[in-house]
Design a protein around this ligand. Sequence first.
Ligand SMILES: NC(=O)N[C@@H](CC(=O)O)C(=O)O
Ligand SMILES: [Zn+2]
Ligand SMILES: [Zn+2]
Length: 444
Amino acid sequence: MHELVVENARVPFGEDIVTCSIGIDEGRIARIAKILKGEQAYDARNMLVLPGVIDSHVHFRDMGQEEKEDWLSGSRAAIYGGVTAVVDMPNTDPPTFDEESFKIKLTVAQNRSMIDFAINGGVSGNLKALPVLWRRGALAFGEIFMAKSTGGFSVDEQALKAALLEIKRLGATASIHAEDEALNAEKARELARDDSPDVYSQMRPPGSELNAVKAAVRLEHETGAAMHITHISTAKAVEALRGEPITCDVTPHHLLLNMRHWEKLKSYGKMNPPLRPLRDVEALWKAARDGSIDVLASDHAPHTREEKAADIRSAPSGVPGVETMAPLILKEVADGRLPLQRFIDMTTANPARIFGINNKGRIEEGYDADLIFVDMGARRVIRPYELHSKAGWTPYEGMEAIFPHAVMQRGTLLLDGKEFLGRRGRGKFIRGRGYERKLPGRTS
Ligand SMILES: NC(=O)N[C@@H](CC(=O)O)C(=O)O
Ligand SMILES: [Zn+2]
Ligand SMILES: [Zn+2]
């Protein structure tokens, strides 16, 4: 007799969808079978049941940037979007560059997050701090900024190489923000007086990303570090990774928005890397379908309406996305633009494997019962006032999406139809592989 049985669940197994029961004990999937007995039952009503989404690239801000987002608002938005685990980036205030800032963020997230969370260590002139960040449980290192973005951090190739050698020594993974800082700076000067609506895309051209990705490939050859390119946004950068042992992720905005959206979005469409031409968007979809892109990650980067109302050069870069990512892409799955199994791999098993998150990302015995329940016919138009990020705006207003009907984390419902059941502080810290492990002695 299981504690809880999810009945009438339609679970995708490879190409098939099997109607089954999922037996859950102590928050874990204990059995999957036709019929199971449980003290409690949850009728999935023939909904599609998928593993909870792991969003491996979010900026939940908080601490010195509470006005943009905090862990409570960010994790609430995540739940409504079917996300049951997030990985928070280090460009916060304070930035996660040392033991003290890691502990501060961990305490804040443990007190406030309603979903399970991981914290990445940052890299910026803090080479000596990488081992202690790893021991404190950093999931990975990154995003490591090769070009300045929000927060103004960036490392040159020499510093990046030193960090990669240390990351390799630790057995950790590096996630890279690949743009060419020098080219971006040169373009910004060259286009200082240009007031075309798409000038921001011209200031950070595809060549900037390509230069940085090529440098990252060289550094992988030189260091052998486990590397991942985050928010890849151009056809040529995807090509540059072909055949390389480097994984990558794509954001919903680079799949669903393009340079034609500048007219309408203005500074709300500003993010790094910037909006691209349609030909890059089509190439990203092709790469998502054929597996050249491993992960879908939101790069949830909220800024307030007031900040975003500024002109294109002074407004901050970044768009919110944790609540709309899975719903928007599930709608594309329903429209046949991406196979369901690719969606599942890109949002669950792949990020779990790449970043070393154990026991999450699959509907299999022994895995956490992190589940989302989706009616693939339940389309809804996105309205900003119905979303939950503190941003209070979205670049996807008016677009159709398929939001999950229910969300469960480790066997506890966090959302059930209109009923929101998330609780502050219930999210658990997802520790990286280096947590409290004795570090290999320093070789040099
Ligand atoms: N993507 C963005 O434009 N901004 C992100 C940082 C980043 O991912 O570069 C942010 O933190 O605001
Ligand atoms: Zn970035
Ligand atoms: Zn980011």
